[in-house]
Design a binder for this molecule. Structure first.
Ligand code: UN1
Length: 492
């Protein structure tokens, strides 16, 4: 059995705590993947000190040179894609096709951000004074804490670490305790690609490590993806130190089906959007709002497709949907099935944990659809993060938009229609960070901003060049070559 280490100041080290935690396969709890360091706040402090020391020199490495390291990293990840995907399926359960996609997203992000090594454009503007030059440049902030979830164990760390590095920051990275192997794989690649000691540090462990990473004086940026409740705590912890906090949290995303939608296309989208990653995406389509004229036809076709999904170990071919990531997550799913039933929604299909035969040793659950859902029911308001989709009736586009917006979150939304007027209206009026036409709510690409409104986030975006705004700040520079004192706003 393998023991995995922290990575601090360029060395793979044991935690000072002397304790470890287990990482097990959610499709087969007898499959022990390895043990990882149950780090203490003292480990976090050591990593932060290393990151602070490394920052002194890393920030001065020319950005195109920092980017060369990242280009190499992208190539290495690409070469190991299959092995990394298999490790990821083993530790968090989603099917191989999807974990390959997760690794690919890290490759794409790393190439994209490496390109930013030769851009990171600022502005040059005319000065209002003679013989004076004015411009703005991006400058790094210093040490960044990166706290990431288990549902995209390589993609999401790459969205944060890689832009942080290309901008000249250093990083302390705490991955979710359910997916530390993918984090180790990613950090090993960065080491191999030539990231200098201390520039990226990995500390595995629980909330006390996360708290230290969000409160320590040395930290300038905290970038967090996870639940809204934990995100709120991170925000509060970081507030008194006036740190820059980037939060990417919950979703209750909607697909709206208009009466003129291509029904087959919409069913494909709802199956993928609702049950891809077993519904464990912040972009998951957990609500489908359907025009009353096509409601019955849609629900029949949708439930028939969902009944035919094969649930099993994501490493096996032919499996469409893997397990929930953990026992706790499956319990949450079951709890919401009870809540939906109690609220009076119609259980159309699914609703049970799968506990027999080949499923007996994993955290499997049937893909589940509720019909006749009222938009204010808890199953239509709260993020479940599991394979449960609520189908809601509407009578018009206006009503669909109103329902779509009537949740505390605002990550992603979509409309299926052939009517361009409806598409543009919905595109304008859904208050979300991401919008799709004739495609489900999942499928963001790395070169556009990713993030959401309301309690999904706190106004920042990751991915695309928007990520540079999280991991750099502007410095405005004025050079006076007149040889005399010139006073802005006065000597005109
Ligand atoms: C997430 O749901 O946590 O758009 C991230 C998507 C993926 C990223 C999802 N590219 O669904």
């Amino acid at each position: 059995m393998s023991t995995y280490h922290n990575f601090i100041d360029g060395k793979w080290t044991l935690s000072r705590s002397g304790t470890v935690f287990e990482n097990r396969n959610p499709a087969d709890r007898d499959d022990l993947i390895g043990v990882f360091q149950q780090s203490s706040p003292a480990d976090a402090e050591e990593a932060l000190a290393a990151a602070a020391r490394a920052y002194r020199s890393w920030r001065l490495v020319p950005a195109p040179k920092r980017a060369e390291v990242l280009f190499r990293a992208a190539q290495i990840i690409e070469q190991r894609k299959e092995a990394f995907a298999r490790d990821m399926t083993r530790e968090m359960g989603k099917v191989l096709e999807e974990t390959r996609g997760d690794v690919q997203e890290a490759v794409d992000m790393t190439y994209f951000m490496a390109g930013e090594g030769r851009r990171q454009y600022g502005q040059t503007v005319p000065s209002e004074l003679r013989d004076k030059f004015a411009m703005s440049v991006r400058q790094p902030l210093g040490v960044c804490s990166v706290i990431t979830p288990w549902n995209f164990p390589m993609a999401i760390p790459s969205w944060k670490i890689v832009p942080a590095l290309v901008c000249g920051n250093t990083v302390v990275f705490k991955p979710a305790t359910l997916t530390p192997l993918s984090a180790v794989n990613f950090v090993k690649v960065l080491e191999e690609a030539g990231v200098p000691p201390g520039v990226v540090n990995l500390v595995t462990g629980g909330p006390d490590v996360g708290t230290r990473l969000s409160t320590h004086d040395e930290v300038r940026v905290v970038s967090f993806t996870g639940s809204t409740s934990v995100g709120r705590t991170v925000n509060q912890n970081a507030a008194s130190g006036c740190k820059k906090v980037h939060l990417e949290m919950g979703g209750k995303n909607v697909i709206m089906l208009m009466e003129d939608a291509d029904l087959d296309l919409a069913v494909d989208g709802c199956v993928w959007g609702g049950f891809g990653t077993s519904g464990q995406r912040c972009t998951a389509a957990s609500r489908v709002v359907v025009h009353e004229r096509i409601y019955d036809a849609f629900l029949e076709a949708f439930s028939a497709r969902v009944r035919s999904l094969r649930v099993g170990n994501g490493a096996e071919s032919g499996v469409d949907m893997g397990p929930s990531v953990s026992e706790a997550q499956r319990n949450t799913v079951q709890e919401y099935v009870r809540i939906g039933t109690h609220e009076g929604a119609t259980l159309v299909t699914g609703g049970r944990a799968l506990t027999t035969g080949a499923w007996a040793r994993g955290w499997f659950h049937e893909p589940t659809i509720f019909g006749d859902v009222h938009p204010r029911m808890r199953i239509a308001q709260e993020e479940i993060f599991g394979p449960v989709v609520s189908v809601i009736r509407c009578r018009s586009l206006d009503e669909a938009i109103a329902i779509g917006n009537d949740v505390p979150y605002g990550l992603s939304a979509s409309i299926y229609t052939r009517d361009i007027n409806k598409a543009f209206t919905a595109m304008r009026d859904l208050y979300t960070g991401i919008f799709y036409v004739n495609a489900p709510t999942i499928g963001a690409e790395v070169h556009l901003p990713f993030g959401g409104t309301k309690t999904t986030g706190n106004g920042h975006r990751e991915a695309g060049t928007a990520a540079l705004d999280v991991f750099s700040e502007w410095k405005s520079i004025y050079l006076d070559f007149s040889g005399r004192l010139q006073r802005a706003q006065i000597d005109t």
